[in-house]
Design a binder for this molecule. Structure first.
Ligand SMILES: Nc1ncnc2c1ncn2[C@@H]1O[C@H](COP(=O)(O)OP(=O)(O)OP(=O)(O)O)[C@@H](O)[C@H]1O
Length: 191
């Protein structure tokens, strides 16, 4: 696994005319998981977008080394394509062909993405991230919509990524049943 690091330094986030949080610093390196926690609307998704480079912080900076994959509420898979082709699009972009956890999707590969259930879509999103072979995973609510079995399997995949030297930052309302997780409570930084 490529060496990786993501460091956010004294970040402030403004949405509309409101500062959501300020003074937030965090760092994640290969072999580490950071869990962003906090109530609805505190700014977890906004922070994930800042860390991904999709949203400019109001203050502070983000530095990153290593490749990054993002899963958020946007599925990023073409709803009109069968799942296999939709995932294949990203394999082509990422230039990856390796074996990845299939997240129980083997029987769904010919199903158009728009027909997948909520949990199946979430598993497809995680499969896309895993297949990217990126060293840093940014996951916004990766367990939402998953049943007990697949929530467990998703956490095992996240932990396997960490053990392989990858880094994970995830936002979740759910408590995690994996070790080596550092929790960052956004409420501590709310403005
Ligand atoms: N483009 C925008 N313009 C103005 N306000 C926004 C915009 N996007 C989000 N917000 C506001 O920013 C706040 C934080 O939203 P965000 O989605 O980051 O919170 P969250 O902690 O992820 O919430 P949840 O737990 O409900 O997913 C919310 O009050 C939301 O309405």
């Amino acid at each position: 696994m490529q060496d990786c690091r993501l460091v956010a330094d004294t970040i402030a986030c403004r949405r509309g005319d409101r500062i959501l949080f300020r003074g937030l610093s965090l760092a994640v390196r290969g072999g580490e998981i950071v869990h962003l926690a906090g109530p609805n609307g505190i700014g977890k998704s906004s922070l994930i977008r800042i860390l991904a480079g999709l949203l400019r912080p109001y203050a502070g900076s983000v530095e990153r080394s290593g490749s990054l994959a993002l899963s958020d509420e946007r599925l990023a898979l073409d709803g009109h394509l069968p799942l296999d082709r939709a995932l294949g699009f990203w394999r082509g972009i990422d230039g990856t062909h390796g074996q990845q956890p299939d997240f129980g999707l083997a029987n769904l590969l010919d199903v158009p993405v728009r027909y997948l259930s909520t949990g199946q879509r979430k598993r497809a999103a995680l499969a896309r991230v895993a297949a990217s072979e990126a060293s840093i995973w940014l996951l916004d609510e990766p367990l939402n919509g998953l049943d007990t079995h697949w929530s467990c399997m998703a956490q095992l995949a996240i932990d396997a990524h960490r053990k392989a030297g990858g880094a994970v930052i995830l936002a979740s309302h759910q408590s995690l049943s994996i070790d080596h997780v550092t929790t960052v409570k956004l409420l501590d930084y709310s403005a």
